[in-house]
Design a protein around this ligand. Structure first.
Ligand code: FAD
Length: 388
């Protein structure tokens, strides 16, 4: 379906980015595949865009086609108490919050802490979205994709998705290497964009989830959430209360979209939390947070929501490093761009910002943290036509 071409600033939560060369909205799976396939065959860049909440797009726009899947569909494939839950299949374009809301209403357990994450369901496996002790890796069963390298539809089982902290095979295919279908892997540190970027090699068509049935949440794994709910870590709480509590926490941090609040004109966390070998983490100051690094697949459905701890790695807090390197909340403000006044990990557009200014801010923060702590922060959003 062809429609008027909007600027990417109208399609992204940062509200930044110039126009694409072409813009297409697709209403069926066949149209989505055809649109991507036509671009690939013509050798034209393609950006499959969901809610635009995890992209930073160049001020001069995108020299290719932006494709938006506007389907909204949640199909219940099976629901049985005896074999452990509900199987649902969700069309990629469906807003993620529709799934979380439906789960609360139906008593499907496992996504309640993922409320308030903007964007589409199709993008959730791309970076294995996570928050407040849950990740989609814990509930995804399969992902049906259009594999652009093999020009065919494939069903990827959870074991093939290579989920990790804010990553998956899908996200890694944005860089050259085996996941992008290249034999040679360039030096990891060099991170050369693959021929598929800024869209993964695998375009998500729909996502299958397997959710337990119940009125109580998965065991609460996040101390701040447990404290707000007034329960110990590891205890369950009513689904509706968990969802409401997470939304309260997110609102306080500017992590719930609000048109009227410039602190939410962001791409969420701009940097991922660094995962460091234990020896490197030992060199951080005593006060720096040190969190266990867990396997993304839960050990069981009865224990805490996350998986087994990897003893060789430590995750620290990018927000702590940023604040202690001198870039606290509100850094850069007043100005067209700045660090959110509610969360030091969110870089925000105050209304008259540009992508160029936002990236200058990101470089200042990244370089300052590297000089102070020797840790190189990695951006979380997908950079479209720009680099750090
Ligand atoms: C206020 C705010 C809070 C946030 N909080 C969190 C959080 O708590 N946890 C978290 O993990 N993230 C968070 N995010 C980041 C973001 O919301 C998620 O990464 C989300 O899943 C992105 O979805 P989207 O549809 O907006 O993706 P887009 O920004 O549209 O696209 C991002 C990437 O995914 C690709 N993509 C999109 N759709 C498809 C598809 N169908 N198939 C293949 N690739 C696709 C795009 O090509 C692009 O490479 C937050 C963002 C904001 C603005």
């Amino acid at each position: 379906m062809g429609v008027t071409t909007p600027r990417l600033a109208e399609l992204t939560t940062l509200r930044l980015g110039g126009p694409p060369a072409r813009y297409v909205e697709t209403e069926t799976e066949a149209d989505l595949v055809a649109a991507v396939r036509a671009c690939d065959e013509a050798g034209e860049p393609v950006l499959v865009l969901g809610g635009g909440s995890n992209v930073v797009v160049a001020d001069d726009g995108f020299p290719g086609t932006v494709v938006r899947d506007v389907r909204r569909e949640i199909v219940v494939e099976g629901e049985t108490g005896t074999c452990g839950g509900a199987s649902i299949r969700v069309a990629a374009g469906t807003p993620w919050e529709d799934v979380v809301e439906r789960a609360e209403a139906e008593g499907w357990v496992g996504v309640e802490a993922l409320t308030g994450i903007p964007g589409s369901t199709g993008a959730t496996p791309v970076q294995n979205v996570g928050a407040y002790g849950q990740e989609v890796a814990g509930v995804v069963s399969t992902v049906r994709v259009w594999d652009r390298a093999q020009a065919r539809v494939r069903t990827l089982a959870v074991g093939e998705l290579g989920f990790g902290y804010r990553t998956s095979v899908l996200k890694r295919s944005l860089w050259r290497g085996p996941d992008a279908g290249d034999e040679a892997t360039p030096d990891e540190a060099a991170r050369v964009p693959s021929r598929w970027a800024p869209t993964p090699r695998f375009v998500v068509l729909d996502v299958g989830f397997q959710l337990r049935l119940g009125t109580l949440s998965a065991p609460i794994a996040y101390p701040e959430l447990a404290a707000l709910l007034d329960v110990p870590v590891g205890r369950r709480a009513p689904l509706s209360e968990v969802r409401a509590a997470v939304r309260r926490l997110r609102a306080r941090k500017g992590m719930l979209l609000d048109d009227a609040d410039h602190d939410t004109w962001s791409a969420g966390s701009f940097f991922t939390n660094p995962v460091l070998p234990v020896a490197l983490a030992d060199r951080l100051p005593d006060g720096a947070p040190r969190y266990p690094v867990r396997s993304p697949v839960p050990e069981s459905t009865t224990g805490p929501s996350l998986g087994a701890v990897d003893p060789t790695l430590v995750k620290t807090s990018a927000a702590w490093l940023i604040e202690h390197a001198g870039f606290g909340r509100g850094f850069g403000l007043p100005g067209p761009v700045g660090v959110s006044t509610k969360h030091s990990l969110a870089l925000t557009n105050r209304g008259d910002g540009t992508t160029a200014a936002l990236l200058d801010l990101a470089r200042t923060v990244r370089d300052g943290v590297r000089e102070r702590f020797g840790v190189v922060l990695e951006p979380e959003p997908v950079l479209v036509g720009v680099s750090l």
